[in-house]
Design a protein around this ligand. Sequence first.
Ligand code: ADP
Ligand code: MG
Length: 279
Amino acid sequence: MTELRIATSHPLPEPDPDEPLLLAALEARGIAARRVAWDDGREDWARPQAATLLRSTWDYLHRPEAFASWIGSLRGPVANPADVLLENLHKRYLLALRERGVPTVPTSLVLRDEPIDTLPFDGALVVKPAVSAASFRTARFSREQHLEAITFARALATERDVLIQPYLEAVEHSGERALVWIDGEVTHAVRKSPRLSGEKESVALVPVADDERALATKALAPYASRLLYARVDVVRDAHGSPVVMELELLEPSLFLAQHPPALTRFADAIDRWLRASSA
Ligand SMILES: Nc1ncnc2c1ncn2[C@@H]1O[C@H](COP(=O)(O)OP(=O)(O)O)[C@@H](O)[C@H]1O
Ligand SMILES: [Mg+2]
């Protein structure tokens, strides 16, 4: 059987509750996975006999170019597929989703070093990096704080591409919902507490609403047959319709502890993937 590496980061910026569960479920299937930090130069990433499953590579946002070239250097089987990972690195994919007719949070992309003189939305808004995770440098500004928002966005844009979005208040009420998708189907959803820079996240299992499931399925449709795992984060807009906040095809937390059947489904899918890869 193909050898399996689980790509992580060292040190982990925050604990990964999925990891011990997944390692145990794989071991129960006779799969001895090795955890390796994606930037560990001692590992021979180009070895075609070794499969790589991305999980907690959460420090990549500080070195996106190095991370992209690492993805490009992988020669064995990779999950999710390398081209999907590369496309998902930068949140310009939100603009592409919108063009495809998938409802998304309205998003304005400011490229690094582009001047910012005005803001694209009235009212409260959020400014955040276009390559990001864990709410890194993500800030909310009220309608009265637009000057501060411009100052913050300009500072961020000296270093990175920046996204500006209207602030969707539903994150405080119905909440942002992370729909977990494993091997072809939405398995469960959790409600995530609002999280701006420096805040901790808490999650709770919630039922999946039909309109949310339909949105996630539409967002994932072009990739679905090629993915092992995905997460679609949705929030309701001012009209109450779900919109995509984030499509996570790289290294999403899958909240497996909240729904054990998803763990079983994931471990079984990995097992089948490895067998198919070594066949
Ligand atoms: N447009 C928005 N409206 C309301 N809250 C937002 C918005 N954008 C981001 N947030 C808050 O910031 C968090 C992080 O933003 P997100 O786009 O999910 O980036 P990442 O998870 O990659 O850091 C969200 O989970 C949410 O709590
Ligand atoms: Mg998020």
